[in-house]
Design a protein around this ligand. Sequence first.
Ligand code: AMP
Length: 400
Amino acid sequence: MTDAILVLNAGSSSLKFRVYAVDASGKPGLMAKGQVEGLGVRPHFVARDAQGASLADDSLSKDAVSGHADALSQLATWLRSRYGGTRLLAVGHRVVHGGVKYATSVVVTDAVLAELERLVPLAPLHQPHNLAAIRAVQARLPQVPQVACFDTSFHRGHPELADRFALPETLYAEGVRRYGFHGLSYEYIARALPRVAPEIATGNVVVAHLGSGASMCALRAGKSVDSTLGFTALDGLPMGTRCGAIDPGVLLYLIAEKGMSAKAVERLLYKESGLIGLSGVSNDVRDLLESDKPGARLALDYFVYRINRELGALSAVLGGLDAIVFTAGIGENSPEIRARVCRAAAWMGIALDERRNRAGGPRITADGAAVSAWVIPTDEEGMIATHTLALVGRPAAAAS
Ligand code: AMP
């Protein structure tokens, strides 16, 4: 019988999944991936095999599949029909916030779930969906162990100064601090460096995770020492629909002078800002690169400007830079954006090799550049699978 683990990443309107087979050595191998998307609006189920061939592509009834529990039922039915002889060892979840307490992934218990529930106000747009998926699995597959893997864990070793706001101590004590996110992505890159780019693995590296969510992380010898994301997933770089760093005085103005409610400000900052807000065109870099509208140009200029600014700041934190690594949807797929960032940082000694950049890396700078630049595809789900297996044990142990 094949053993497998399921990895779930529950968002506001989607349930993304991956199925990994676990061989005798305990290593996860991708079998299938896909998602139930359009939850609550126009639910649709897609699945592909490891090579990308379509396994399912079905429109679902909005009444039958309205939330995460229904999406999980849909997924479970499909998994059973397709992989009936497979034993599910565990389910690993992406959970955005582990707070101060969880510096590593953890097996979910009722006590853990209660603790994670308390963190909902710190990540109101992500955490509730992550926890809904855990509860849906608990209800449907109560005997299957679940593991929560956090986007904050990799940053828990930051020096205290990097985690502080200049606010009174009581607020720090109650958890108002800079947590940093995208940690599963950064951890994957840090683990990949000795294999892909051994010459920089023990050096000072800034990783730019540029996707629909975007942030940058300063790594010293593979350990995170600072990140552009802070208390919530709003700080730092502008993102597809999120504002990035903003003077808090703007929020006071919106509330006090314009009478906006907290909900209205939340909506503005999370959904209507960033690339979509600046451009008025799209939150997708591909659309912006193709558009000739002035707003599209402004949005891309601002995106690159802020990446460059943060690169300078994080390099100063590190006390010097050996390399920059690009990853995630934009970082992996847009030679234009990479080139613009590298050109802006040419003064640091980043000498871009245009041909290597067009080819997609991994190294995209000229030989001998003082600071090298790299493209390394991230694998957050693979990281979750690795953590999950490490906690639930190898199949041999599970069988005994
Ligand atoms: P992610 O959140 O990592 O899946 O990244 C999604 C984002 O990557 C999309 O919103 C696009 O803006 C961006 N993206 C994907 N492919 C490309 C591409 N070929 N060129 C520019 N941006 C891309």
